[in-house]
Design a protein around this ligand. Sequence first.
Ligand code: ADP
Length: 154
Amino acid sequence: MKRAVFPGSFDPFTIGHYDIIQRAMPLFDEIVIAVGVNSQKKTLFDLDQRLQWLNKVFESNSKVRVDHFEGLTAHYCNKIDARYLIRGLRNASDFDYEKTISQLNSIVGKELETVFLIALPQYSHISSTIVREIIKGGGDASPFLPDTIQVNIN
Ligand code: ADP
C-alpha cells in the first residue's frame, strides 16, 4: 500500500492545494491530508473548521483521508506507516525551504521520501496567506477556494 501524507496548515485549504492532491492521486493508493497542529501558531480558522472543510471537499473520494497531528511530520508519517510526503512548489523560496525540510525529514523519518509537485502556472500565485489577507480585508476569496468551501464574510 503506497500511503502518502500531504501535510500543511491549510488555513484555509485553497484550489492550489486541491490541484496538488488531484495530481498526486494517480501516484498513491492513499493520501492522508494531515493538518499540522502547532499550539504556538495562531491561525485564522480553528482546527475543527479546517478539518470540517477538508472532510467536505473529499467526502466522495475514497482514496483521501483527513487527519491532524502534533509534533514532527516525520514522526507522524512513521506512526501511520506512510513512506511518502507530498509537497507543492510554487517558486524558488518554496524550493529553498522545502529542500532543507525534505533532507531533515529523510534523516528523522525512516525511509521517508518527499515527492514534489510543481504548481501549475494558474495556481502558483495562490497562498493561504494571501487568501487570509483577502478575507480579513472583507474581500471575496471564493475564486481561490474549492466550491465546497464557503467563508462567511461579516
Ligand atoms: P505549511 O504551513 O506547511 O507551509 P500550507 O498549508 O501553506 O502549509 O501548504 C501546504 C503545502 O501546499 C506546501 O507544500 C505548499 O508549498 C503547498 N502549496 C500551497 N499553496 C500552493 C499552490 N497554490 N500551488 C501548489 N502548492 C501549494
